[in-house]
Design a protein around this ligand. Structure first.
Ligand code: GDP
Ligand code: MG
Length: 763
């Protein structure tokens, strides 16, 4: 029997009806509505097909009437101008897609390595994710990165093998790469169907049905049960993998194992299997694999069905937020500046509801602020609403302080109640792991002792996401001094949108210095300032963010006695410094405990100690070699004597000056950022690529063959791979790809250090 499914106008009608119901009159959270929401992200290695897949989802759901293509620069989610020009996705845009009576809220995450920060921020608010693999490449370097991040945030995932239209795409090889590289249990749900070498459809391995897409743009498809009589080999292969699927499920899911044992006919219903897949996926014991070719319009509807069937609803989301009960709880995951609407903050709602023009309380910053207008988002289009209920994504206008990563509720009292409930939960055995967030782990590591439940609750509720180390620096200059203030405002706004951008004013030169994640990252910041803020800025040459470490130790005493503005300033400090690898932030300054020093330092006023700390922090910002931040150093205060009326700022400045002398005496070496680099290139070009790499101080760790490609994994100093993408393109006639991420800071050989100093200082 043939069943015909197609999209018609009723879906559009339904969509509008749904939107009204869901946003406008929702005075209370409706459990039925929550059950049908999926907050998901699409994560992938660059070029696996995220944007293409998203565009198809919007089209088949009736949200857009025509379909854009990445290479035409007209897709909905790549809406910022630079993205269209470059054909890559930079901003996480939240897109709402109605599907099967429910709603998929999709956060389009960037795949470029420069923007890992954004990926992390969106992961923190996802209930589930689709990991897109290029069916001809399987698991790639960036796939591994996002996979690990998703595991850290405990986000259940389904895998989508895209590009199955390609002749070199292989389901089996991809499944193997999932088992081997991700060390995950795959649940293969599809086979592909080809006709004269062309992909025309899929086989649904749960229902044993063939699905054939019959129309050019893929709106229509037919389903038909496979039979042993008509389908021979196809049927046999499908039945084999169907059994394999059931076997795997029964080994990880007790419920289905029980059904099999108690079932005499040995026949499981498709429902039973689907439910077992859902349970295993949500518990992250296994990961469904679906197939398709978004570009050729095959398999996108089945992927969306998979999202609804197997990924969790907000009701099954992160346990942490349950401590807010019915009270408003939401996490800001994106701040943007819209020309007409001003600042817009994207907030993932966990409980309660957000109304327009209400007071909210920001837990991280311990302050309240007033919301303005309220919207829901369709890429770059905003629809005004009265309220947004739990489970959804609110776009809030007029917030001034709330930053990406902040958690908000209604009032401080509500926050205190939530903290109390959370602390009670944390006292129960075995709950800590379940309630943990990766961003909290780092803060916990910095603590000296095991935190009490109250303290732990505070850390879990109070924190944003961790900001990665910036590896590139460059100065930025306005066209004239007149534009200085406008530039500072622009940078302030951009920094709120993107905490991985750091902005520092260099006291000595008066220059503004940007620190960022990569060449492209800083380049895009520049373009946005020119385009959106209309300031014609220039970037200075790109510099590597080196660190300095001390070679030996040093000690110095500084005495100050002079009149400043009529007041006598008298001070004597003695300080020393030595190398301590990985020293914790709160252990950088220690006080000398020997008898004489201890009795001297006992008189130190807390306010003066604070001034000393500030001096230490200032000194650590600029090492003696190149003026780069000094790391792995511990500083000891041995002596502190001050006259009456000596100001704190003189204390700070003197401590910094004293330490600079200490650092000079101890001498420093440069540490350079090194990156882990993975290059994938055709075998035919691998000799040239390797020869080039060997000239770049690269440490090759692993080379393997993947189909016709060599995969080269190595550790490379960042300075050697600046501009590598264009080199690689010309070496491989555009056939090779690479990905890179920060690995560590490492000491350099003396001749390379000399070269680095020369590059930065010019002599
Ligand atoms: P993203 O970087 O993950 O967003 O990937 P894009 O959606 O931008 O796709 C990268 C490239 O792969 C584009 O040139 C697409 O046209 C192409 N592409 C996407 N999906 C498919 C597919 O299913 N088959 C083939 N052959 N190409 C595809
Ligand atoms: Mg994209």
């Amino acid at each position: 029997m043939k069943k015909l499914y197609f999209l018609s106008n009723y879906r559009n009608f339904f969509k509008n009806a749904w939107a009204t119901r869901c946003y406008s009159n929702s005075t209370k959270n409706n459990v039925n509505e929550m059950e049908n929401i999926r907050n998901i992200g699409i994560l992938a290695h660059i070029d696996a097909g995220k944007t293409t897949t998203t565009e198809r989802m919007l089209f088949y759901s009736g949200t857009i009437r025509s379909m854009g293509e990445v290479h035409h620069g007209n897709t909905v989610t790549d809406y910022m101008e630079q993205e269209r020009q470059r054909g890559i996705t930079i901003t996480s845009a939240a897109v709402t897609i109605p599907w099967r009576g429910g709603q998929i809220n999709l956060i389009d995450t960037p795949g470029h390595i420069d923007f890992t920060m954004e990926v992390e921020q969106s992961l923190a608010v996802l209930d589930g994710a689709v990991i897109v693999l290029d069916g001809s490449a399987g698991v790639e370097a960036q796939t591994l990165t996002v996979w690990r991040q998703a595991s850290g945030y405990r986000v259940p995932r389904i895998l989508y093998l895209n590009k199955m239209d390609r002749n070199d795409a292989f389901v089996e090889a991809c499944v193997n790469s999932v088992t081997e590289k991700l060390q995950a249990t795959p649940l293969l749900l599809h086979h592909t169907v080809r006709h004269e070498g062309r992909l025309i459809g899929l086989i649904d391995l749960i229902n044993l049905e063939e699905i054939i897409w019959t129309q050019g743009r893929g709106q229509k498809f037919t389903r038909r049960k496979l039979t042993e009589k008509d389908d021979g080999h196809k049927w046999e292969a499908a039945v084999t993998d169907h059994r394999q699927l059931v076997d795997t499920l029964s080994s990880i899911d007790d419920e289905i194992a029980e059904t099999i044992i108690n079932n005499e006919s040995l026949e499981l219903s498709a429902r039973d299997i689907e439910n077992a897949v859902r349970r295993s996926t949500i518990k992250m014991k296994a990961f469904p694999i679906l197939c398709g070719s978004s570009y050729k319009n095959i398999g996108v509807q089945t992927l969306m069905d998979g999202v609804m069937s197997y990924l969790p609803s907000p009701l099954e989301g992160h346990e942490l937020y349950k401590c807010f009960g019915e009270e408003l709880a939401g996490r800001a995951f994106k701040v943007i500046h819209d020309d007409q609407r001003g600042v817009l903050t994207f907030v993932r709602m966990y409980s309660g509801e957000m109304k327009k023009a209400q007071k909210i309380y920001n837990l991280g910053q311990d302050r309240s602020e007033q919301t303005g207008a309220l919207y829901v988002a369709l890429a770059d289009e905003y629809r005004p609403v009265e309220s947004v209920a739990a489970g959804n994504i609110a776009v809030v206008g007029s917030l001034k302080a709330t930053m990406t990563g902040d958690l908000v509720t209604s009032t401080q009292a509500a926050a205190n109640r939530a903290r109390g409930r959370l602390a009670a939960l944390l006292r129960l055995p075995g709950r800590v792991e379940e309630l943990m967030l990766p961003s909290a782990k780092q803060r916990l590591q910095a603590l000296d002792s095991e935190p009490e439940p109250e303290e732990l609750a505070e850390i879990l509720l109070g924190i944003g996401t961790t900001v990665p180390e910036p590896v590139f620096l460059c100065s930025i200059e306005p066209p004239s001094a007149m534009h200085q203030a406008a530039l500072e405002t622009a940078l302030e706004q951009l920094q709120r949108e993107d905490p991985s951008l750091r902005v520092n004013a260099d006291d000595e030169s008066g220059q503004i210095v940007l620190a960022g994640m990569g060449e492209l990252h800083l380049e895009i910041i520049k373009e946005r300032i020119i385009r959106e803020y209309k300031i014609d800025v220039e970037l200075g040459p790109l510099q590597i963010a080196y660190r300095e470490a001390l070679v030996s130790s040093g000690k110095n005493t500084l005495t100050v006695d002079r009149k400043i503005g009529g007041a006598r300033q008298q001070l004597k400090v003695t300080m020393s410094a030595k190398t301590v690898k990985g020293v914790a932030q709160d252990k950088i300054l220690r006080l000398d405990k020997t008898a004489e020093s201890a009795s001297n330092l006992a008189h130190l006023h807390p306010r003066q100690l604070q001034a000393v700390r500030q001096g230490v922090a200032a000194a650590l910002l600029h090492g003696p070699k190149l003026g780069c931040p000094v790391v792995d150093v511990q500083v000891t205060l041995h002596w502190f004597e001050s006259g009456r009326g000596t100001s704190d700022s003189v204390v700070t400045a003197s401590v910094a000056q004293c330490l600079r002398k200490v650092f000079e005496e101890a001498d420093s070496i440069l540490l350079e950022p090194v990156m882990s680099l993975e290059v994938v290139c055709p075998e035919t070009h691998s000799q040239r690529v390797l020869a080039d790499l060997s000239r770049r101080r690269v440490e090759v760790q692993h080379i393997q063959l993947r189909q016709h490609n060599k995969v080269i994994e190595c550790i490379a100093p960042l300075s050697e791979v600046v501009g590598y993408s264009s080199t690689l393109r010309s070496l491989s006639s555009g056939l090779a790809t690479f990905s890179m991420q920060f690995h560590s800071h490492r000491q350099m050989a003396p001749q390379h250090e000399q070269l680095a100093v020369k590059n930065v200082t010019g002599f």
